[in-house]
Write a protein that binds this ligand. Structure first.
Ligand SMILES: [Mg+2]
Length: 144
């Protein structure tokens, strides 16, 4: 199967970094526009190992939309993938503002629309990090 995995809110903890900037610098209107914002994101729990397991079972890609508030996001997302998922994973990185244009079987994303998720032809698995063991459930479902 062809599987796509989102970065922000699925592999990387966007919300935590966003809140940290807002707490430290409340005048910052767009925290995601700061240089280093995307390289500094912490991986979400179990995300890195789950990506490796998924990659062993399926043709797995990283599918993320760029931040139009931050032109550096293209480079920073690439650097994040290399640092946390390894050099080989950089060949699987797709940065695309319309996820509905891609062919595939599964899209794992924390949003069901906004970046073309609603038009994805395959199955959309909504990732909810608030669920304990969210990644484990997905691995069981797709690799069990
Ligand atoms: Mg996301």
């Amino acid at each position: 199967m062809i599987v796509y995995v989102d970065i922000d809110g699925v592999l990387a903890d966007y919300d935590r970094a966003y809140e940290e900037v807002r707490m430290g610098m409340p005048e910052t209107k767009y925290p995601q526009s700061l240089p280093g914002f995307f390289t500094g994101l912490h991986p979400i729990q179990d995300a890195v190992t789950s990506f490796q397991v998924l990659s062993q079972h399926h043709d797995t890609y990283i599918l993320t939309a760029p931040s139009n508030r931050n032109p550096l996001s293209y480079t920073e997302k690439r650097l994040w993938v290399e640092e946390h998922l390894g050099f080989d994973a950089t060949e699987k990185l797709i940065i695309c503002s319309n996820k509905g244009l891609l062919k595939g079987d599964i899209l794992i994303d924390d949003n069901i629309d906004g970046k073309g998720q609603e038009n994805f032809e395959g199955k959309l698995i909504k990732f909810d990090r608030r669920i304990k063991g969210a990644w484990q459930q997905i691995i069981q479902q797709l690799c069990g």
